[in-house]
Write a protein that binds this ligand. Sequence first.
Ligand code: 4LM
Length: 392
Amino acid sequence: MKDRTYGIDTLAIHAGEAPDPSSGALVPPVHLASTYHLGTAEKGAAIFAGEQEGFVYSRWGNPTVALLERRVAALEGAEAALATGSGMAAIATAVLNVVAAGDHVVSATAIYPSSYHLFSVELKALGIDTTFVDATDAGAVRTAIRPNTRLVYVETPGNPILALSDLPAIATIAREAGVVSICDNTFATPVNQRPLALGIDAVVHSATKYLCGHGDAVGGVIAGSKAFITRAANEPLRYFGGVLSPFNAYLILRGIQTLPLRMARHNASALVIAEHLARHPAVSWVSYPGLASHPQHELARRQMSGFGGMVCFDLAGGVEAGRRLMNTVRLCSLAVSLGDTRTLITHPASTTHSVVSREERLTQGVTDGLVRLSVGLEDVNDLIADLERGLE
Ligand code: 4LM
């Protein structure tokens, strides 16, 4: 199948597939084997020497996982992809594929907090320094680049405030400086945004989110050039070992088939809800890239083909209003994560960030009334009615 000639709806269902030769089954088998028969000594030697393709051991490669990799590569328009055991494993593997002790990273500040921790604590302990910048300003990225900078890292739309980074501008800055660029595309998905086509070198995903889409598997994926992916597979992934289980690969593959359909509904419902909240007296502001009031709405229109299912808003009534909303909603689930069929809602000030001092959380952009909504696939009128009861 010449994947590039098909539309994304077709790729999501068929890319990379090869019917199981032993049974003809259309649904991909879940290959649970950890190890594989090498055939003959000569064939085993050829596989080990890299002269012949073949599976050896499932930490090095697995047929079900490989199908997921081909599928995501096609969706992202990448030469290759590499699946990992979680989104964090994808980020750590991709980053460690580029940087080593003594190197420097320029990262957006507004990224998933665990990614921020990876750079600010874990990589720092390994001798890798990171400068965090407001990546909504591409000039700030350029200014922060040093002679030993090896990597520019962004997440757009960023978690949770949905700030955007100008991907073509950042890709150009990185390329001119001889620096690798990586974008976390989890919030947008390849349906709404294709960072590689905009010049970014590699994409990382938490496949736990929209790619899987049903909240039943943790996983991650990296997509990029064949050289980038081969090195990531043969070095950091193989030796740090953060591989994906074949069963989770199967679940994510199953979810991906409906990714374009689901994203169309996520996009449509999130816009309706964002517009509704923007008119609501209990809401002081709404952040959604699809609203004309979003400070980077024009950029969103240029680099995204849909604005996603995440909506962020601030309650005028602060922490108490947030607590009331969390305790009143019935259809929206009070839960972290995102990208599921069901709507997920969080109010960091009363939950995940309640142990952090108010000053510290404000510096992270987590205001008293900040609410993050992962708009699911339920009837949008039911969702609005559910939110309305908690906003009264
Ligand atoms: C959450 N997010 O926001 P794994 N990249 C982005 C993310 O939002 C996440 C990851 C990577 C949330 C999890 C609890 C933009 C996670 C990390 O959880 O390692 O698959 O992905 O609520």
